[in-house]
Design a protein around this ligand. Sequence first.
Ligand SMILES: Cc1cc2nc3c(=O)[nH]c(=O)nc-3n(C[C@H](O)[C@H](O)[C@H](O)COP(=O)(O)OP(=O)(O)OC[C@H]3O[C@@H](n4cnc5c(N)ncnc54)[C@H](O)[C@@H]3O)c2cc1C
Length: 391
Amino acid sequence: MTYPLSSDHRALQARVRAFADRFLIPHEVHAELNDGAFPDGAEAAARAEAARLGLCAMNMPKALGGSGLSTLEQVLVSEQIGRVTNGLGWLVTTPARCLAEVATEQQLETWVKPTIRGERHECYAITEEEAGSDVDAIRTTARRDGGHYVIDGEKWHVTSANQADYLVVQAKLADGPNAGTHALFYVECRAPGVRFVRTPAYSHTYAHHHPIVAFEGVRVPEANRIGAEGQGMAFTHDWFRYERLMIAARCCGAAERLIEEATAFAKGRIAFGQPIFDNQSIQFMLADSLTELWAARLMVYRLAEAHDAGEDVKILHGQCSMAKLYGSEMANRVADRAVQIFGGRGYMRENVAERFFRELRVDRIWEGTSEIQRSIIAGQLAKRGQEALIG
Ligand SMILES: Cc1cc2nc3c(=O)[nH]c(=O)nc-3n(C[C@H](O)[C@H](O)[C@H](O)COP(=O)(O)OP(=O)(O)OC[C@H]3O[C@@H](n4cnc5c(N)ncnc54)[C@H](O)[C@@H]3O)c2cc1C
């Protein structure tokens, strides 16, 4: 590793790599052939080990029971978890930071601390059929009714809703002094008026589904509002920024695994009397992949350190877009080349390249598509100039 990581950081990296190698990667093919599920007993073992290693709620403050890892440490963990397919690494959890930052005492006890302890599970309901990239176009409303809000709307792609106890729902305020602004609310999955409409099938094979969820006159007490009226969009932007960096980190891990496995295969596979690795065409694919991985990794590590140093959040916003854009597109190129290197084997679902080829595609879509990242970056370039963004 050429990046100057401390011995503690390298030790963390090694621990999480060993965890992924021993507790997650061996179960990938089973998961692929069984709707994303671990074999019997394996999930409990993996969860226990993840908890022992302090990987649950790794971004949450220690005072609340989280691991309180620095951003650089979280990136190192996410990178190793990114080496795993089928979402098996999702038992490493990172609840949205705002939930803890603005929580009331009651919210801490009801939602935040149980989530940190792994006893309760959350999901995020922001996107709608007519509002994905353009979040401000959401039609879900929260209307005041005495000490309650009444929520109406329908959310799409609600990741993990099938495993969650509660949703964090983004809605537009329908009335009052802040009408038209956004707010986030805790909504129990079993609250009257919450209806799971259907669960579409997606390209990847994950145990975490992405159902469409309707909210039909759902009454939530004012105490379920997260922060103040009007803060919803700022919380979502904070979450996007964080997730974009972690997606970039996971993409680096995926690329690392693909390069490792494709290189090993290329060295062992004999065609026309020699390892296919000896062909320049194969070497060039691996060389391009390694070079691009290094560039992405340097961006991710540097950006994580910038977060830890408390650098200007407006600049970090543009830089997170760059890391997510480059990292996700890099990993997709690497996966495509890996499939090619594996040949027919690369088209088999038991092959890691085939799985990543499908799974990594969404990293160019969720938490803001590549086009949206580019427009954020271009907007920042126009507003702040090159030097502010890349030094
Ligand atoms: C597997 C999966 C899980 C998800 N999980 C969640 C979740 O848990 N919670 C949640 O709230 N959402 C979730 N999402 C939603 C995800 O964030 C959105 O799909 C994403 O933001 C894109 O929105 P959209 O699908 O509506 O695409 P659209 O906004 O309809 O975009 C369609 C196309 O138009 C392009 N486009 C749109 N606007 C512009 C523009 N201004 N300039 C150039 N091109 C543009 C886009 O880049 C894209 O190529 C998930 C999505 C998927 C696929």
